[in-house]
Write a protein that binds this ligand. Structure first.
Ligand code: BTN
Length: 258
């Protein structure tokens, strides 16, 4: 288990990670970060846990993680972004994790819309963005990041779709080094995000996305679309070419049919 001092040692953040809360066990770092945000905690505060008893995934799912094996943390982000741009916080976080992981393992990471990072076609990182709005602007956003780092085994069914960095590399990684690298990238990129400049972030994300040009099925809360993924819309949705024309979806699970 890491202490707060160990995780902060050598880290020189301007904003993200300047304030850090560390728990051995907690229900969910997202729940805790939201409570802190409601109470007025500063921009960039991070909640880190070695274990979650009620880890949350997208669409009401559970995020399971072996204690002290992976990275589980949430960032409180207060940016003066218009509501329609908050979706880009997911891409921003995905790019920060991608750059940190790639520099540590020397392999290219795949970004999968809307919020997954993959290695060898399997998910090793998920991002859960939760925002609280005051009219057209978010009062705060909480970016929850789960990275499977050193976990070796997964349930049979889950294991077909999910992996960890250590499974892919055949060796364990230093979780502290990876955490600090992700925080450093989040901190470095946060200036662009605050300025509403997502060009570089989206260029990196798009260059790591392998689903464009491929047939996909998207199961969204409202409908299921099948067609060819052709790219992202200006507002971060996934554009799909179907027999009826082009549709843009903003939420859902994507299966890529090779
Ligand atoms: C997903 O892929 O469904 C998103 C998973 C997000 C999991 C992380 S782990 C840290 C943070 N706290 C949570 O309860 N969830 C996020």
């Amino acid at each position: 288990m890491y202490s707060k001092e160990e995780l902060l040692q050598g880290l020189s953040s301007r904003t993200v990670g300047k304030k850090l809360f560390v728990f051995d066990s907690i229900d969910s770092t997202n729940i805790c970060a939201k409570t802190l945000a409601e109470a007025g905690i500063e921009d960039g505060a991070v909640v880190f846990a070695e274990h979650q008893t009620a880890g949350r995934g997208r669409n009401g799912r559970t995020w399971l993680s072996e204690p002290a094996s992976n990275l589980l943390f949430s960032v409180v982000f207060r940016a003066p972004l218009p509501k329609e741009q908050t979706v880009f916080l997911t891409f921003y976080s995905a790019v920060a994790v991608t750059q940190a992981v790639e520099s540590m393992i020397g392999k290219s990471v795949e970004c999968k819309w809307p919020n997954d990072l993959l290695l060898s076609g399997k998910k090793f990182c998920g991002i859960l963005l939760e925002s609280s709005f005051q009219q057209a602007f978010p009062a705060y956003s909480v970016i929850g990041i789960g990275v499977n780092v050193n976990q070796k085994t997964f349930d049979d069914e889950v294991g077909k779709r999910v992996t960890s960095l250590s499974v892919e590399l055949g060796e364990d990684l230093d979780r502290r080094e990876l955490f600090q690298a992700i925080i450093a990238h989040l901190d470095r990129l946060s200036g662009d995000v605050r300025a509403g400049n997502f060009k570089g972030i989206m260029k990196t994300w798009n260059s790591r996305c392998a689903m464009f040009g491929k047939p996909v099925t998207v199961t969204s809360p409202h409908a299921t679309f099948s067609g060819k993924a052709i790219g992202l819309s200006a507002d971060g949705g996934l554009m799909i070419e179907t027999q009826e024309g082009t549709s843009t979806v903003y939420a859902g699970d994507v299966s890529v049919l090779q």
